[in-house]
Design a protein around this ligand. Structure first.
Ligand code: ZN
Length: 398
């Protein structure tokens, strides 16, 4: 009996560790090729999977709430969640309004393959929060995950993380690649990825359903929100051992903006960049992430490279350096137009800086920034006119 229990515990631990390790190493993963055999699968052959992994039990089309859902390997268009879990995630997101945070989603799949989010967890105490990525505290996830799976039989059905004020209300290209890779490697039928966004005062959360068969062709699923508290949150609140482990967000009150729910499926539009903006492609989202990582290295210790979107829907990178507060603005016509580089609010210009983009936008932006700022020590802020008044002629020439 003891041996069987030990064996079960080991299986649960190994599974949680396996998934976490993949989540933690996502930044090193290459975008995988979809294997041909994944596109055509013999539905009569059961897919062997460990007990604790999410699976899609049904493969026939099923009518739920008047909405045809994908039992044919297509991602479902609905995700069920209790209000208590949306509230919990909202508080977590608002704890970090300018930086990424995240956690995991536990629950079940319905026979039609619809995810039911019954218990969400947030970042553990040693999670790594950065402007452009988030890594969960592995130890925290393993310990909490073991209890949620072992004591309550919940399944790890998805992940969530926040893109804070980046203005990207969907998975980045890197996020999608990570999902596709994990689903394929784990031989999961499907997985749920939720992306949060926020202002300083309210949060949003969008659900994206991935399946092995659909690969990168994921679906933005509408929330079917069940009012009140998840029965599992209520029960777990009385579990002293588990609540002692769980990290609570500091933000006391949830504040949820518009969410895409089954009731407004026809009218809801996810906030996106303007048509034609460079960040509308997955490849360029990867470029932005690389730029954020690159410029974070220029930032003063303890500060980050923050990504923001202005009212004109242009993305700005901001970071504080020894030379001053730097800002890189990507105008609507970028990369046809150069990025703007500002120091302490003043436009940087240099006879040596030419914007001549080639094939590699990341390298082009880095080189342009370097050309504009390498002699930055010469100028002082007292020489710098205010470009916000449009005094382009008065901007500094280095
Ligand atoms: Zn992301």
């Amino acid at each position: 009996m003891i041996m069987r229990m030990l064996s079960f515990c080991r299986r649960v631990r190994d599974w949680v560790k396996g998934f976490v390790e993949r989540a933690m190493t996502e930044r090193q993963l290459e975008e995988p090729e979809l294997a041909e055999e994944n596109l055509v699968r013999d539905v009569s052959v059961p897919v062997p999977m460990p007990k604790s992994e999410p699976r899609c039990a049904g493969r026939a089309n099923v009518q739920v709430d008047g909405v045809l859902t994908g039992g044919d390997g297509r991602p479902v268009r609905t995700a069920i969640v209790y209000q208590s879990e949306l509230d919990f995630i909202s508080r977590c997101i608002l704890d970090y309004p300018h930086i990424e945070t995240g956690g995991q989603l536990f629950g079940f799949w319905t026979a039609a393959g619809i995810p039911v989010v019954l218990f969400a967890i947030g970042p553990g105490p040693r999670a790594n929060h950065q402007a452009a990525f988030f890594n969960q505290d592995v130890d925290y996830l393993v310990r909490v995950g073991q209890m949620l799976i072992g004591r309550y039989g919940l399944q790890h059905i998805g992940e969530w993380h926040s893109h804070h004020q980046l203005g990207l209300a969907r998975p980045s290209g890197h996020d999608a690649a990570t999902m596709v890779h994990c689903i394929k490697r784990q031989n999961l039928r499907q997985f749920l990825l939720c992306i949060g966004n926020c202002t300083d005062t309210a949060s949003e959360l969008n659900a994206f359903a991935f399946t092995q068969d659909a690969g990168y062709d994921y679906v933005h699923a509408a929330w079917d929100v069940k009012t009140g508290a998840s029965p599992f949150r209520t029960v777990i609140a009385r579990d002293a051992a588990l609540t002692a482990l769980l990290t609570e967000p500091a933000t006391v009150h949830p504040s949820i903006g518009a969410i895409y729910s089954v009731g407004d499926r026809a009218t809801f539009v996810v906030p996106t960049y303007a048509a034609g903006y460079w960040l509308n492609t997955k490849a360029n989202n990867l470029v932005l992430k690389r730029l954020v990582d690159h410029f974070a290295a220029f930032a003063l210790p303890g500060s980050a490279c923050v990504v923001q979107m202005d009212q004109g829907k242009c993305v700005h990178l901001r970071f504080d350096t020894k030379a001053g507060a730097m800002e890189i603005v990507f105008p609507q016509r970028f990369p046809l137009e150069s990025p703007l580089v500002l120091r302490d609010g003043a436009l940087c210009e240099s006879a040596f800086a030419r914007w001549e983009p080639a094939d590699d936008l990341f390298a082009d932006v880095c080189a342009y920034y370097d050309a504009l700022t390498t002699v930055s020590g010469i100028t002082t802020t007292t020489d710098i006119p205010d470009v916000s008044k449009g005094e382009k002629d008065g901007s500094i020439a280095l």
